[in-house]
Write a protein that binds this ligand. Structure first.
Ligand SMILES: Cc1ncc(COP(=O)(O)O)c(C=O)c1O
Length: 438
C-alpha cells in the first residue's frame, strides 16, 4: 500500500528549502524529529478539507476497514467522539442520547458542548470501567426512554476488555432506526482478526478507534469510521464536525504515522496479529496455571483480578514490566504485535517469582447504582463552581468531572447528585477534592 503523506514529507525534508512557514523550529533538530514536522504547506493537503495526499491516504485506510469513509484525527478518539455525536445530532431538536454508563469523559464533554440529554443504561458490572449490557437491556432502554433517542452510544471494548454483543445490539438499533455509535478506542485491531470483531463489521453506524492504542501509531493518531450503511449526511458533514472541535494545526508527525500504519496493516498484519493473539492466549493459560485469576477479555488484554493488584503491579514494575492500568483489585496489561518473545518471557518470569496473594478479589456489584440527575450536563459543566473536600460532598451536585478516576471514566457525571456510594468510590481511588455547583 502506498504512503503518500510519509513520502511527501520525507521528500520535502530532503530538499534545501528555507522554511519561512510554521512551525518555528524551521526543521532544525531539537527533539530530533523536527525536519519531518511540517504544516499545511503547498502540496501537503489540508486535513479537514483534503483532496490530495491526505485524502489518498484516508482512502487507503477506508479500503482496509471497508467503510464508506474513514477519517484521520491527530487528537485521539477524544476528538472523534465529539464529532460522532455532533453528526448523530444533526437536525435533531432537544436531542437525547442513550449511553452505556461506562463512558469516557470525552463523551461528557461532548454532552456539555453539544447540549444533549443523556439517559444512561446501567449493568450489574463490578468495576467502574465496565457496563456489561446486552440487546435486551438496549431494547428495554429504548422502549422506556422518555423520547426517541437520536443515538445509542457504547464503549467497546471497555478498559477491562469486555466486548458486548454488538451484532445483536445493532439489530435492535436497526429495528428502532437509531444509529449505533461505538467508542472503539481500544479496538482498532479487531478488524484484522480471522473473524472481524470490529464494530463497523458488526453493524455500528459510526465508530472511533484510537490507532495509537493498539497499532504502531504515534500517540494521538485515531480514526473516525463511517459505515457503508450510514446516512449520506454523515459523510457529507464529517470533516465539518471534526473541525468544529479540532485544532487547525494537525501534527504531520502523527499524520505520517497514520499513513505508515496503512502499510503496516496491509503487509502481513493479519498473520502477525493472529500469532500475537495465540501467544497471549498461551500466556493467559500459563498465568492461570500459576494460580492467577485472569479475566476473560478481548485478545490483546491480560486482565488480572487480584485481591492486591497494586502489589502485583509494583512487583511487575520492579521486574521491568509497566502495566496499562491498575487499581486495588484489577491490573490490565495491553499487548500489540510489537511485543516480542522476551517481553513474554519477562512477564512469565515475573509472574512465577511473585510471592504475594494470587487470590481473586472478592467484589460486590458496586457499580449498579443509578445516579440521580439534578441539572443538565451542560448547565453543570459551565456553572459557577467551587472545589470542596470529598468528605463534605454528600448531596451536592457535581460540576466538572475533572475528578474522573483513572482511566477517565467519571464516577459522577456533571449535574448528578453525589451520594455516599460515590464518595466511597472516590475515596477508594484516592480522590480527595471535587468540583460542585456553588
Ligand atoms: C474507552 C476510551 N475512550 C476514549 C478514549 C480517548 O482516546 P484518546 O486518548 O485517543 O483521545 C480513551 C483513552 O484512554 C478510552 O480509554
Amino acid at each position: 500500500m502506498n504512503t503518500p503523506v510519509y513520502d511527501f514529507v520525507h521528500k520535502y525534508a530532503g530538499q534545501d528549502v528555507s522554511r519561512f512557514h510554521m512551525p518555528g523550529h524551521k526543521g532544525k533538530s531539537f527533539l530530533g524529529c523536527e525536519a519531518f514536522d511540517i504544516t499545511e504547506i503547498e502540496g501537503a493537503d489540508v486535513l479537514y478539507g483534503c483532496n490530495g495526499i491526505i485524502k489518498e491516504s484516508e482512502d487507503n485506510l477506508s479500503s482496509l476497514f471497508g467503510t464508506a469513509h474513514s477519517y484521520y484525527s491527530t487528537e485521539g478518539s477524544s476528538l472523534c467522539i465529539k464529532a460522532m455525536l455532533a453528526l448523530a445530532l444533526q437536525g435533531k431538536e432537544d436531542p437525547l442520547v442513550l449511553a452505556a454508563r461506562n463512558v469516557h469523559k470525552a463523551f461528557c464533554y461532548a454532552a456539555a458542548l453539544l447540549d444533549f440529554e443523556v439517559e444512561f443504561i446501567y449493568s450489574k458490572a463490578s468495576h467502574l470501567c465496565s457496563c456489561e449490557i446486552n440487546a435486551e437491556d438496549v431494547k428495554n432502554a429504548i422502549e422506556n426512554s422518555k423520547k426517541k433517542p437520536c443515538a445509542l452510544y457504547l464503549t467497546s471494548p471497555d478498559y477491562l476488555g469486555y466486548i458486548p454483543d454488538i451484532k445483536a445490539i445493532s439489530n435492535v438499533c436497526k429495528e428502532y432506526k437509531i444509529p449505533l455509535l461505538v467508542d472503539n478506542a481500544h479496538g482498532a485491531y479487531l478488524n484484522f482478526l480471522p473473524r472481524s470483531l470490529h464494530p463497523i463489521e458488526l453493524g455500528a453506524t459510526l465508530c472511533c478507534d484510537s490507532a495509537h492504542k493498539t497499532l504502531p501509531v504515534l500517540t494521538g493518531g485515531a480514526y473516525l469510521h463511517i459505515s457503508m450503511n450510514a446516512p449520506k449526511i454523515y459523510t457529507e458533514n464529517a470533516r465539518s464536525m471534526l473541525s468544529l472541535f479540532a485544532s487547525t494545526s494537525p501534527s504531520y508527525l502523527i499524520l505520517q504515522s497514520l499513513d505508515l500504519g496503512n502499510r503496516y496493516i496491509s503487509e502481513g498484519y493479519r498473520d502477525r496479529l493472529l500469532k500475537t493473539v495465540n501467544d497471549i492466549s498461551v500466556i493467559k493459560e500459563k498465568l492461570m496455571s500459576e494460580g492467577f485469576f485472569v479475566k476473560t477479555s478481548e485478545p490483546l488484554k491480560i486482565v488480572f483480578e487480584n485481591e492486591n493488584a497494586t502489589e502485583l503491579c509494583i512487583h511487575f514494575r520492579n521486574n521491568g514490566i509497566e502495566a496499562e492500568f491498575c487499581d486495588k483489585d484489577t491490573l490490565v496489561l495491553m499487548a500489540s504485535t510489537e511485543n516480542n518473545k522476551s517481553d513474554y518471557e519477562r512477564l512469565l518470569y515475573a509472574a512465577k517469582s511473585y510471592k504475594g496473594s494470587k487470590k481473586r478479589a472478592l467484589k460486590e456489584k458496586e457499580f449498579s447504582f443509578k445516579a440521580q440527575r439534578a441539572v443538565s450536563i451542560r448547565k453543570a459543566m459551565f456553572c459557577e463552581a467551587q472545589t470542596i473536600s470529598i468528605e463534605d460532598a454528600l448531596g451536592r451536585i457535581c460540576a466538572c468531572p475533572t475528578v474522573s478516576c483513572p482511566p477517565a471514566v467519571p464516577v459522577v457525571v456533571s449535574g448528578e447528585i453525589i451520594t455516599d456510594k460515590s464518595i466511597e468510590i472516590f475515596k477508594e481511588y484516592g480522590i480527595k477534592k471535587i468540583s460542585v455547583i456553588k
